[in-house]
Write a protein that binds this ligand. Structure first.
Ligand code: PLP
Length: 378
């Protein structure tokens, strides 16, 4: 099997599995951190240790982090929690149309609450047009929502420029940043990034599903989204899961431990595939300066789903955003918004890599594409 779909999800690494198994089979670590007896104290201590370790990797304070079930929950909590808390300060939110649905659907909900969403256009490289952003900023804007690395194209957000524009035009605006595809693949230094909120997801970095993280900068107040027993400083109620927190922490530490070698491997794979695919008249849709972990490519004469299923026959797993339903063809809104024509976008597939992919796999991928072209030429 060749798994080139790591932006969708990743396989848990042995270090995570071992930690999970040890934790689950422990005679003490199953306790409820809220219990007043000794088991509660043991688990609370261990649970807090996870925050400490994660905060040291992400360069923030432990009390700025909250465990959630996934990045979608983190996005919902950050956006709705912030705007409901700060509604008297303004009613405009700025974002792009190329955000993940976790953000876009939450923004739709914000509209129902009376907020106005203003979208900044993106350019051919998927980056927000900064002059337009500057024009959109006014005293009424309270929040801006962006994605650090786009999940479909690997396009990297010009975060520093955006922060500078915010600081120049209206310092009071909060920034929410989706870091789902950047964590473990770009250096994350929350103290230096000048954002107010952010989301992370463990299953994209070889942890298990069910492990999300929310960052809320100290001093920024938001309303909680999940209400109940007041766990996690009243911000995210529900009995804390030590084992999931450990699974996230281990995956994160491992990702940064292997950061450099991982970049080298994935860069080599991406470079090779770009060169070979262009020779075969495929169109590379990821920008030249995209993160190497994502490669969006359009195959001439092959609709996305056809290519996906052909590759599947060779044991190669990739992703398609475009899909044919019985009547209409769904095409990636991200690619369309970047100005890519419907046909090219409709033929696109996303390859996404991890540190466990190899050059051998990349070569097999190209050989399989050649065979598929030959079969269809007959
Ligand atoms: N944001 C981005 C950029 C993503 O790629 C994803 C998942 O595909 C999400 C948010 C949602 O993450 P989760 O599956 O943890 O809810």
């Amino acid at each position: 099997m060749i798994y080139f779909d790591n932006s969708a999800t990743t396989k848990p690494i042995p270090e995570v599995i071992e930690t999970v198994c040890n934790s689950l089979s422990s005679d003490t670590l199953f306790g409820n951190p809220g219990s007043l007896h000794e088991l509660g104290t043991i688990v609370t201590k261990e649970y807090n240790n996870q925050f400490k370790a994660i905060a040291s990797v992400l360069h923030c304070y432990e009390n700025e982090l909250y465990f959630t079930s996934c990045a979608t929950e983190s996005a919902n909590t950050a956006i709705l929690g912030y705007i409901t808390r700060h509604k008297r300060e303004g009613n405009i939110i700025i974002s792009t149309r190329t955000e993940h649905k976790a953000t876009l659907e939450t923004l739709k909900k914000a509209e129902e609450f009376g907020f106005i969403i203003k979208f900044v256009d993106v350019d051919r490289n998927g980056k927000p047009k900064l002059d337009m952003l500057e024009e959109l900023i006014s005293d009424e804007v309270i929040l801006m929502c962006f994605t650090h690395v786009n999940n479909e194209t690997g396009s990297i957000l010009p975060l520093d420029e955006i922060v500078n524009i915010r600081n120049k035009k209206n310092r009071k605006i909060a920034i929410y940043l989706d870091m789902v595809q950047s964590v473990g693949k770009l250096a994350i230094d929350l103290k230096k990034m000048n954002i107010e909120m952010g989301s992370f997801s463990g299953h994209k970095i070889h942890s298990v599903k069910g492990t999300g993280l929310l960052y809320v900068k100290a001093g920024v107040s938001i309303n909680p989204y999940i209400l109940g027993g007041g766990q996690q400083n009243n911000m995210r109620s529900g009995t804390q899961s030590l084992v999931l927190a450990e699974a996230f922490r281990v995956a994160l530490e491992e990702a940064y431990k292997h950061f450099d070698e991982s970049h080298e491997t994935v860069h080599e794979i991406n470079k090779f595939l770009r060169e070979e695919l262009v020779k075969r008249e495929a169109v590379i849709l990821s920008p030249d300066d995209a993160l190497d972990y994502v490669l969006n490519v359009s195959f001439k004469g092959f609709e996305s789903e056809t290519m996906l299923h052909c590759l599947e026959k060779y044991g190669i797993y990739v992703s398609t955003i475009s899909a044919c339903s019985s009547k209409t063809k769904k095409v990636s809104y991200v690619l369309l918004d970047m100005g890519i024509d419907r046909k090219t976008a409709g033929n696109s597939i996303r390859l996404s890599f991890s540190r466990f992919n190899t050059m051998e796999e990349a070569k097999t991928f190209i050989a399989s594409v050649d065979e598929i072209y030959k079969l269809f030429a007959l």
